[in-house]
Design a protein around this ligand. Structure first.
Ligand SMILES: [Ca+2]
Length: 139
């Protein structure tokens, strides 16, 4: 898949509903429902959004404040297509990626953001909370 703006994947009407939070040109929805990475990805799509794509430290800091003390949260990146080649759900490479562990192998193919100590490579069938990102059309 070629690299595109994630905005082509999302419904521009998503993000105004209760529970969504604006930051710059995006809106974010944090779900405490425990899902696998695949189900979290699909749930985000059903809401007209994607799993969150975090592109810099400022955005990661915003997300940290938003989700608070939740320990594990799915973000929208995987290396399932090619081991070690991490891509966002948009097809973009990870430019900002504060990995905590280096335990990346072919059983740990999905990205979890931890509330402390950085991101980890996780088994995609693990179930935990997740963060969606959509276009903010409400500001
Ligand atoms: Ca992997």
């Amino acid at each position: 898949m070629s690299e595109k703006s994630w905005k082509v994947y999302v419904n521009k009407d998503a993000g105004c509903e209760e529970g969504w939070h604006s930051y710059k040109n995006s809106s974010y929805f944090y779900s405490t429902e425990d899902l696998t990475w695949y189900d979290a990805r699909d749930s985000s799509l059903e809401m007209g959004a994607t799993l969150a794509v975090i592109t810099d430290e400022a955005e990661d800091d915003f997300v940290g404040d938003l989700i608070g003390g939740s320990y594990y949260t799915w973000l929208g990146a995987t290396d399932e297509d090619l081991e070690g080649s991490w891509r966002w759900v948009t097809g973009a490479e990870l430019k900002f990626s504060p990995w905590f562990n280096v335990l990346d192998d072919n059983t740990r193919n999905c990205l979890i953001r931890r509330s402390v100590f950085g991101w980890i490579h996780a088994t995609c069938d693990f179930t935990t909370s997740y963060l969606c990102e959509g276009v903010n059309s409400c500001a």
